[in-house]
Design a protein. Structure first.
Length: 168
């Protein structure tokens, strides 16, 4: 058997070739029955997820589609529909009313960080219980990241199981 050892500079050059990293990157998982291609932005992927219809409706009602489609980097802790369903009866319906747009915007901005925060970096910023990544809101509610590191063209999405709420 013949073995070849490549100098590190050659190996690093291969990794830097256009498209090489994309060809061998770990693909994002499917979410809500939809692919989450990394070449699409956060909104382009979220609208295709059956698990995020309430989040998408809230983003539209708050007028944040353009913001979350922007260049970024943006990190979104994206609650699934079941997280919205767990809120007290009438909460979602009330927040979606035009008169409550400011309150809805406050709720949604609890889920957004103006940075490209992958799970490894995020663990240093928020509560960390071993392999679990948990986010605590201003009300003391704790959300667990159920799927982390879904790369998007303008940032990253981490799916969470609880809606984060601001004080007041």
């Amino acid at each position: 058997m013949t073995r070849f050892t490549l100098p590190a500079a050659v190996f690093m050059t291969v990794l830097a070739l256009p498209g090489f990293a994309d060809d061998y990157a770990i693909p994002n998982p499917e979410v809500g029955g939809a692919a989450m291609p990394g070449d699409r932005n956060i909104i382009e992927n979220a609208v295709n997820s059956a698990d995020h219809t309430m989040l998408v409706a809230a983003v539209k009602a708050a007028g944040l589609v353009e913001t979350l489609s922007g260049a970024g980097p943006i990190t979104v802790f994206a609650p699934v529909n079941a997280a919205f369903d767990a809120l007290p009866d009438g909460t979602v319906e009330s927040l979606l009313k035009p008169a409550n747009k400011d309150q809805l915007t406050k709720v949604l901005t609890c889920h957004v960080v103006a940075a490209d925060a992958m799970a490894a970096a995020t663990k240093g910023m928020i509560d960390d219980d071993g392999d679990l990544i948990m986010v605590t809101d201003e009300m003391g509610n704790v959300a667990t990241v159920t799927i982390a590191d879904m790369n998007q063209s303008n940032g990253v999405i981490h799916m969470i199981n609880t809606v984060l709420l601001p004080k007041g």
